[in-house]
Design a protein around this ligand. Structure first.
Ligand code: FMN
Length: 158
């Protein structure tokens, strides 16, 4: 579960998104679908850039409210107390963002056809102060699972 931030024509906006991760490590790629109904879509299409932030459990309520209203009508950064920065949308104290990456759209073919954006990580940041943070995973209709026990198995894959 991530927060996807765009900035277009002087307006910063943020939406909730379930991210699909690609297995490609070099260059590092991820993918996400942004639906036609969302205000974020024209911004992402026009600028081909966004910031993706992985929220910790403490930010879950904000993820849900951000994902239940549109930047067309609501200035979400102001209303929900988020702090936009040049490269970082949420680097305010106690923002509980675990990792954040500046992304550029790497391929527009699937975006044109299916709104599926393949994004390349340009710059990544993580918060070293958060020990054993928990992330959330969306199951639909306001239901999430929270990270639990981790098992480590022998594997040669990243
Ligand atoms: C938990 C959650 C996950 C969501 N995942 C997606 C998603 O993967 N793709 C999408 O297009 N919208 C998704 N949404 C809906 C958008 O976040 C929502 O429509 C948002 O209001 C769009 O904001 P915007 O109009 O400012 O772009 C999700 C919403 C929630 C609450």
């Amino acid at each position: 579960m991530v927060l996807l931030t765009t900035a277009h024509k002087g307006c910063a906006n943020v939406m909730a998104n379930v991210l699909a991760r690609d297995g490609r490590v070099e260059p590092p790629l991820v993918a996400c679908v942004v639906s036609d109904a969302n205000y974020s879509l024209p911004a992402l299409r026009a600028t081909k850039e966004c910031v993706i932030a992985i929220p910790a459990l403490a930010l879950a309520p904000k993820v849900v409210v951000v994902g239940n209203c549109s930047g067309r009508r609501v200035e979400k950064f102001e209303v929900f107390g988020l702090t936009p920065c040049q490269q970082s949308a949420f680097r305010a104290p106690n923002s509980r963002v675990l990792r954040e990456s500046r992304m550029s759209v790497a391929d527009t073919r699937l975006a044109n056809k299916f709104n599926l954006f393949v994004l390349e990580v340009l710059k990544a940041w993580f918060d070293p102060t958060q020990k054993n943070p928990k992330t959330i995973h969306h199951h639909g209709h306001g239901r999430f699972t929270v990270d639990g026990e981790m098992v480590k198995l022998k594997s040669g894959k990243p």
